[in-house]
Design a protein around this ligand. Structure first.
Ligand code: ADP
Ligand code: MG
Length: 312
C-alpha cells in the first residue's frame, strides 16, 4: 500500500465517526472553529533516524530546529500563526545527555524566534533509532484559513520562494559534501511563518499549502482537492542553480504554494515585495480541466517524467 493509499484507507474507515467540529483528513492542518471568529489548527509530523536524517550528518541543534520548522510550515500553509507545540522524543538507551540537550536547545531557539510555546509532549526510549514527533498548534481568524480545496479556474499559481536548494543539499550530503551552502539549507529549513500569516489576510489568495514533497506532487493535491487543472510555465519556475528537476521533484523546500484571483495577481505580487523585500513568483494558472499539470515551455506543452518525492 502506498502512503496515500494508507491515508485514504484511514479516512474511509473513519468517515462515519463524528469529528466534533474538526475538519476531515486532507489538508496541512485540521481546523476547529472556536467561536468569536477564531479557529485553532493542529498538525503533526514525524522525523525518524535513517529515514529523515542521519545522526552523523546533522547536529542535534539542527535536528531540533528542523523538527519544529517542518511543523510550523504546515501551520503557515493554512494562513495562520503557530502559537504552541507538543514535542515527543524516543531516544536510544545509553545516548549521551549532550545530544538530547543540544536537540532541545535547537528546538528552543527557533521556538523563541517564532514566539511559540512548548506546552507538552512525551519522552521515551527506543532500541536503536531516534524518533521525533511534533504537534503544532495554530490560531487566527477563521476568515484567514486557506484550504487546498479553494483553487478556481482563472487563478494564478505562485510560489513564495526559490525551489530546489534542499534537494541539491541532500545530493551534496549523500555524496559526502556536508559543508556546502545547499547542505546547510537542507539541514536548516525555514518555515515561511510570516509569509503564511500575511497571505492568510489576503482575500484574493484562494488555495495554499506548503511544498514538502515537490511542486510536481504537491500541486496535484490542490488540483485534486479543487477539481481543476493547472498550466505551469516551466521557464518561470524559480529553480535554484537553474536545476528545474530539483525544483519540481525535490522535497523539503517548505516554500508556500498558492493560487490567487488572476485580476489581483499583480497587486498581490507588488504588496508581497513591499512587505518582504522578496519576490512572489508567478509560475502558471489554474484552468477548468481534470486534475492534471500541463507543463508549458515557451508556449509548447512538454511531457517530462517529473514526479515528487514519495515516502513508500
Ligand atoms: P503534509 O505533507 O502537509 O504534512 P501529508 O502528505 O503528510 O501532509 O498528509 C496528507 C493528509 O493526510 C494530511 O491531512 C494529514 O494530516 C493526513 N495524514 C497523514 N498520515 C495520516 C495518518 N496516519 N492518519 C490520519 N491522517 C493522516
Ligand atoms: Mg504540508
Amino acid at each position: 500500500m502506498t502512503e496515500f493509499g494508507l491515508i485514504d484507507f484511514a479516512a474511509r474507515l473513519f468517515a462515519d465517526v463524528d469529528r466534533h467540529g474538526w475538519e476531515a483528513i486532507g489538508d496541512d492542518c485540521t481546523v476547529l472553529d472556536i467561536g468569536g471568529g477564531e479557529v485553532v489548527a493542529l498538525t503533526t509530523d514525524m522525523l525518524v533516524e535513517g529515514v529523515h536524517f542521519l545522526r552523523d550528518a546533522a547536529s542535534p541543534q539542527e535536528l531540533g530546529h528542523k523538527a519544529l520548522a517542518v511543523n510550523l510550515s504546515d501551520v503557515a500553509a493554512m494562513g495562520l500563526r503557530p502559537v504552541a507545540t507538543l514535542l515527543s522524543v524516543a531516544l536510544p538507551k545509553g545516548m549521551e545527555d549532550k545530544w538530547a540537550r543540544g536537540f532541545i536547545e535547537g528546538y528552543s531557539d527557533l521556538s523563541h524566534r517564532e514566539g511559540v510555546a512548548l506546552v507538552g509532549g512525551d519522552t521515551t526510549s527506543s532500541e536503536v533509532s531516534i524518533a521525533i514527533n511534533v504537534v503544532a498548534i495554530g490560531r487566527g481568524p477563521a476568515s484567514h484559513v486557506k484550504r487546498r480545496s479553494a483553487a478556481c479556474a482563472g487563478d494564478e499559481v505562485f510560489v513564495a520562494g526559490e525551489l530546489g536548494a534542499s534537494a541539491l543539499g541532500l545530493a551534496d550530503i549523500l555524496a559526502g559534501r556536508t559543508d556546502t551552502g545547499y547542505a546547510a539549507i537542507h539541514r536548516n529549513p525555514e518555515a515561511q511563518t510570516a509569509e503564511g500569516a500575511w497571505l492568510g489576510g489576503r482575500s484574493e489568495v484562494h488555495a495554499m499549502m506548503d511544498l514538502s514533497d515537490g511542486l510536481a506532487s504537491d500541486l496535484m493535491h490542490i488540483l485534486r482537492a479543487s477539481s481543476c487543472g493547472a498550466e505551469i510555465d516551466v521557464e518561470t519556475i524559480p529553480a535554484v542553480g537553474g536545476d528545474v528537476r530539483a525544483a519540481v521533484c525535490g522535497g523539503e523546500d517548505y516554500k508556500l504554494l498558492l493560487t490567487a484571483a488572476g485580476e489581483r495577481a499583480e497587486t498581490l505580487q507588488r504588496d508581497f515585495g513591499v512587505e518582504f523585500g522578496r519576490e512572489l513568483y508567478r509560475v502558471g494558472r489554474i484552468v477548468a480541466a481534470e486534475p492534471r499539470i500541463r507543463w508549458i515551455e515557451h508556449g509548447m506543452e512538454i511531457h517530462p517524467d517529473w514526479h515528487g518525492f514519495v515516502h513508500f
